[in-house]
Design a protein around this ligand. Structure first.
Ligand SMILES: Nc1ncnc2c1ncn2[C@@H]1O[C@H](COP(=O)(O)OP(=O)(O)OP(=O)(O)O)[C@@H](O)[C@H]1O
Length: 564
């Protein structure tokens, strides 16, 4: 449009047209410019807003999909973690996709306008200019495919770099890094990973540079040839001065618009390729097979049975559980003891169905765990994991995460904290249960207050994790994996007494290295190298004089010596 109006103004001036007509044309040219500017700004806003919305939606879908992986296997698979990270990059670049589509629409409109102008002047030249865009399209598509392949190839190194980067800025790691002086070593590793990523990207950039250089030369050749033709035609009187001006504008316009179109196509293509990772995650099936028709899971009445259970973390790993047979009777407290690495926590993860055993079965009142809905099963279990989480949230939220409904019922949160022996500590915090248990964020919404949260001690965090498990009261099975290893002996005794009273008549599985805390269990099971080697109550095991008895005596002597 602008090119047409400019041509008409120039032709008007050279053919001595009435001044009024030329002025009208100039006014039209000005209005066109203003309208084009306004359309550009509004389009920009619309594009950004659409990009934000698409990104938010895609992120929500991606994380909803990861939540559907009910086991742990996928989160321990490096290939899957690489894919997940690229999927997140795909989400972050979803605005690029919107930009690409918008840009494509805009470039197409511009292209159509200029092609129309050029066609009027020279159909041959139009064909030449358009034909020159074909190699550009082919090469740019290849480049974007290659770029996506490079992103996949550098994924592992990028993830390692991220690991070192996070480590170097994490408060948890800061103590050891400073004390052991390991910062330089970790930084070097981070930089080495970054160099590897940069090298792959540099290689890609050089390839792009070569290809784009060749394409620019081709475009210059076509434009130069066109200009020579137009000038010769003008000297012969075939074209007017206005025609030449419009021709130049149209050639530059067609080339610019087709370059923009191809580049937007390449951006969109790249986003689509990256989106493949996103789609792969969102469409991935369940990691643990879900039964087509889940069997009902009634409240536990008889007990849990492990029948010849064999388990290893993957085909490359050694067997961790080797033919475990165990019955946990309803209403009893069973203690699981054994040396480091014996397989105790692994057994807990199988009971929660975070993995499936390769051989054998685990049944709940005779129903195989694989035949019931995972959500139903987990709703009946409460756990304190050995490596429990400490959330950078308020004290109340840290407990309520065990049963989100209790956020609306603070009395249950307080009762659980009381049973875990942390209530008094929490009430003395600056904002009581609403105190933020981290110094990573400001308290409340206003950073101006300058107040960050507080930090709990290791034992206090452990009590909080116990409170989180206890807030899920009325669950059929409670699993406590080293719930009191960080407590002093008095506190440990007190906590166990309270939990025992509260859980009286319910089924519990307790893991502890302190044999004194498990001696009152109904059944003590000794696990060694993935096999059960002894089981019975404390008196029976002491009388049999096996490994448990030897370990118990060793611990008692150590304690007597320490006290005496
Ligand atoms: N996610 C995992 N992937 C691969 N191997 C694992 C994984 N978790 C544990 N293991 C291995 O399984 C074995 C048993 O570990 P587990 O944590 O069950 O032992 P544990 O009896 O609870 O030990 P501890 O008393 O030290 O807590 C160990 O050799 C460990 O290296």
């Amino acid at each position: 449009m602008t090119a047409w109006l400019t041509k008409l103004v120039l032709d008007g001036l050279t053919s001595a047209a009435p001044a009024g007509t030329v002025l009208w044309l100039v006014a039209a040219l000005a209005v066109t410019g203003v309208l084009a500017g306004a359309a550009g700004s509004s389009g920009e806003y619309l594009r950004a807003e659409l990009g934000r919305r698409a990104g938010r939606r895609a992120m929500d879908r991606l994380f909803a999909a990861t939540e559907r992986f009910t086991g742990l296997g996928r989160f321990e698979d490096p290939r899957f973690l690489d894919r997940l990270r690229l999927a997140q990059q795909g989400v972050d670049s979803s605005p690029d996709f919107v930009t690409g589509v918008f840009g494509l629409g805009r470039a197409s409109l511009t292209l159509i306008g200029f092609v129309g102008s050029l066609l009027v002047l020279s159909p041959v030249m139009t064909g030449v200019v358009l034909a020159a865009a074909v190699p550009m399209l082919v090469m740019e598509t290849r480049l974007s495919r290659r770029r996506a392949a490079v992103a996949w190839q550098v994924g592992p190194a990028e993830r390692r770099e991220l690991f070192y980067r996070t480590l170097l800025t994490s408060v948890d790691a800061a103590k050891e890094i400073r004390l052991f002086g390991s910062g330089g070593f970790l930084r070097q590793r981070m930089t080495a990973e970054r160099s590897a990523v940069d090298a792959a990207r540099r290689h890609m950039d050089l390839r792009t540079l070569r290809v784009e250089g060749a394409l620019a030369a081709l475009a210059a050749l076509v434009a130069g040839g066109g200009l020579v033709w137009a000038v010769l035609a003008a000297t012969r009187g075939v074209l007017t001065v206005g025609d030449v001006s419009m021709f130049v504008a149209a050639v530059v316009g067609v080339q610019g618009a087709s370059r923009a179109m191809v580049s937007e196509l390449a951006t969109t293509h790249h986003s689509v390729l990256m989106f493949d990772h996103y789609r792969a995650v969102v469409q991935a099936g369940p990691d643990l097979p879900e039964p087509a028709r889940p069997r009902p899971l009634p409240a536990l009445r008889r007990g849990l049975r492990l029948d010849d259970v064999w388990f290893r973390y993957s085909d490359e790993h050694p067997w961790i559980l080797r033919g475990v047979d165990l019955f946990v009777p309803y209403g009893s407290t069973v203690a699981l003891v054994g040396l480091n690495g014996a397989g105790k926590s692994t057994l807990v993860k199988l009971l929660c169905r975070l993995y499936d055993p390769q051989r054998g079965s685990i049944t709940w009142d005779g129903v195989d765990l694989r035949e019931v809905s995972q959500a139903r099963l987990r709703d009946r279990i409460s756990v304190v994991f050995q490596d429990h989480m400490n959330y950078d949230l308020t004290a109340a939220e840290n407990i309520a995460l065990g049963d989100i409904g209790t956020l609306e019922d603070p009395s249950r949160i307080r009762a659980a904290a009381g049973r875990a022996g942390i209530h008094d500590t929490l009430t003395t915090l600056p904002r009581g249960y609403d105190t933020l248990l981290t110094r990573m964020f400001f308290e409340g919404a206003e950073p101006d207050s300058g107040a960050s949260g507080v930090v709990l001690s290791g034992g206090q965090w452990q009590r909080l994790a116990l409170a989180r498990a206890l807030v899920r009261d009325r669950r059929d099975l409670m699993i406590l994996d080293e719930p009191s290893s960080g407590l002093d002996p008095m506190a440990e005794h007190e906590v166990h007494e309270r939990v025992r009273d509260h859980r009286a008549g319910a089924t519990s599985l307790l893991i502890s290295h302190r044999l004194n805390t498990v001696r009152r269990a109904d059944l003590i099971v000794v696990l060694e190298d993935g096999r059960i080697v002894e089981q019975g109550d404390h008196d029976t095991l002491m009388a049999s004089g096996g490994g448990y008895a030897a370990l118990f005596r060793l611990q008692s002597e150590g304690y007597r010596e320490a006290v005496g």
